[in-house]
Design a protein around this ligand. Structure first.
Ligand code: CDP
Length: 207
């Protein structure tokens, strides 16, 4: 069975948690596509290669390496993600993941619009910038990284502007995406909303 779930939205809106939980619940494979951009950025930092060459060299093994979750890597990831050749180098990996048997959840910025425009389910998970910065700040502190709230908010706003403003595959909700705003929702409520969209589609697909 091929069934793809596309989840897009800005940093720290909850799409990663929702994607992982949906994949576990329905037995789908999960790809956090942000890791492809982070792994490309990390390769640039490590090797000094051009972003395009780095992106072309990224393999599945690179996605499991440590050190992809730092703010420095996230910042450079959002810069390399504006380069069309970098995005093009990462398309085939994402599309073949989406087509795998047994179902797949992909989360990112352009999954419903560019990577999987025919996905059975499209969600756009968002929240206010303040709430997202607070969640990212708590995550960083919990993982032992130094962070100050204003700095994190600033970084979230800068990345939002870059992700929405780029010419190639800007972050936006697909016209047929269901929007889940998690500003005033806890994770259980957000997940319940996502599960009901998937169940509805699966029933529709089965009949
Ligand atoms: O986890 P977080 O939302 O902070 O970031 P991420 O999903 O790991 O993505 C890091 C950066 O990669 C984003 O700021 C985007 O610029 C870029 N990205 C993208 O352009 N397209 C995607 N499908 C996924 C990520």
């Amino acid at each position: 069975m091929q069934f793809s779930v596309a989840i897009d939205g800005p940093a720290a809106a909850g799409k990663g948690t929702i994607s992982k939980a949906l994949a576990a619940r329905f037995g789908f494979a999960h790809l956090d596509t942000g890791l492809l951009y982070r792994a490309s950025a990390r390769k640039v930092l490590e090797t000094g290669w051009s972003p395009q060459v780095a992106a072309e060299a990224v393999t599945a093994d690179d996605l499991a390496r440590d050190g992809l979750r730092t703010q420095a890597v996230a910042e450079l990831a959002s810069q390399v993600a504006t380069i069309p050749e970098v995005r093009a180098a990462l398309v085939a990996f994402q599309r073949s993941f989406a087509r795998r048997d047994g179902g797949a959840v992909l989360d990112g910025r352009d999954i419903g619009t560019v990577i999987c425009p025919t996905a059975q389910v499209k969600l756009y998970v968002t929240a206010s910038a303040d709430v997202r910065a607070r969640r990212r700040y708590d995550e960083l502190r919990e993982s032992g990284q130094a962070a100050d709230f204003d700095g994190v908010l600033d970084e979230v706003l800068k990345r939002d502007a870059r992700d929405m403003g780029r010419a190639d595959a800007p972050m936006r909700a697909a016209e047929d995406a269901v929007v889940i705003d998690t500003t005033d929702m806890d994770i259980a409520a957000a997940l319940a909303a996502a599960v009901s969209v998937v169940e509805e589609k699966m029933e529709g697909t089965a009949t």
